[in-house]
Design a protein around this ligand. Structure first.
Ligand code: KG4
Ligand code: ZN
Length: 341
């Protein structure tokens, strides 16, 4: 079975062809970083315009790389949300037209769940129950999975996402966009112990996250000490800020592991899971506690269509039904009461 997946939820236009939901024949990703970089963040209107300009070329290239034709595709897969509404609609309408023309099934998937799927794509034998942490530019969410396709959201950010906090501090310091990879690189030159950050306290028993306090604390240091991109303290500040974010993520996971007993594996995924320090610290934590850890390879951490195609395949095999009447869900909450198809 050949699946064509499309991902346009934010600022990457991506198309992938997978065989039987497992074998990646192609996974083409076109980033819009250059377009949004002058603004220091994603401009929704520019994002959707760029998707519409490039989606046909990206799909063509994914088919060419996979050495297949559109007519060979058995299942069409697309991200339904969460994401930017205009961007989501570009991918949805493109895929709907193809499914309609070729009279083939179409499956929509949840973008955050697709990030988790990236880990299963590379490691099909991960043993359940699983705790999955998604850390990206738009989301920081913790899921409990008792079995395949069973995504139970147990914690989410109450304000900024982890990647968003990194991007905003980088923007404030005029370091460039996206800030996450830049902070990753510059932090290597700094001492993470130099600046102290107190970790956010979530007062209830939820596993929610909050990063705006850490962001405000970093901004305060920057303003009070007049730290500039070329100041000698900048590396120490970035290293300390990055470590505070990672330590908070680990603390929350630790707490969830103490409540959700008998977890067999931890997945950490999403764009921020590319971060070298995060990978190092989670690995150290899991080695210490004997918890098997799965972090997708860097290319599968950031937005890509292979994870979308893979999840859609599983959903299709599980439910065997589909319909063309797919809507976009820009927010996690907007899917409430409605069923993700
Ligand atoms: O998953 P993703 O591609 O898009 C969303 O679904 O949001 O994640 C993008 C985020 C951005 O905030 C970016 O700064 C961050 O991932 N990111 C990183 C690294 N690479 C990407 N953050 C820290 N270190 C990195 N190496
Ligand atoms: Zn994403």
């Amino acid at each position: 079975m050949l699946i064509l997946g499309i991902e346009t939820s934010c600022d990457e236009t991506s198309a992938a062809v997978l065989r039987n939901g497992k074998e990646i024949l192609s996974n083409v990703i076109l980033s819009q970083d250059e377009i949004h970089s002058p603004y220091g963040g994603v401009v929704p209107e520019l994002a959707s315009r760029q998707h519409i300009k490039t989606i046909d070329l990206i799909v063509k290239e994914s088919l060419f790389k996979a050495k297949v034709n559109l007519g060979d595709i058995d299942l069409f897969a697309v991200t339904q949300g969460p994401g930017l509404i205009g961007s989501l609609l570009v991918g949805l309408s493109f895929v709907k037209s193809l499914a309609f023309y070729f009279d083939k099934p179409i499956i929509g998937v949840n973008h955050i769940e697709a990030h988790i799927e990236a880990a299963f794509l590379e490691n099909p034998d991960i043993s359940f129950p699983v705790l999955a942490l998604v850390v990206s530019g738009g989301h920081t969410s913790l899921y409990y999975m008792s079995k395949e396709l069973d995504f139970k959201l147990i914690g989410k950010t109450r304000d900024d996402a982890a990647g968003e906090a990194l991007d905003k501090i980088a923007k404030f310091l005029n370091l460039g966009y996206p800030g996450g990879p830049i902070i990753d690189r510059l932090s290597k030159k700094g001492n993470p112990e130099k600046f102290s950050f107190s970790l956010p306290k979530i007062k209830d028993k939820s596993f929610d996250f909050s990063f705006s306090g850490l962001k405000t604390a970093a901004l305060k240091y920057i303003k009070e000490m007049n730290i500039q991109a070329d100041s000698p303290q900048v590396y120490d500040l970035l290293a300390s800020f990055q470590d505070a974010i990672i330590n908070f993520l680990i603390e929350n996971v630790k707490r969830a592991l103490s409540i959700y007993k008998k977890i067999n594996a931890l997945i950490v995924c999403g764009g921020v899971a590319r971060n070298s320090r995060l990978r190092e610290k989670f690995l150290a934590f899991c080695t210490r506690t004997g918890m098997p850890l799965y972090i997708p390879s860097p290319r599968l951490c950031t937005d890509n269509a292979a994870m979308v195609a893979s999840l859609a395949y599983k959903k299709y095999m599980a439910q065997k039904k589909f319909d063309l009447n797919l809507d976009a869900f820009p927010r996690i909450q907007s899917a409430k009461g409605k069923k993700w198809k």
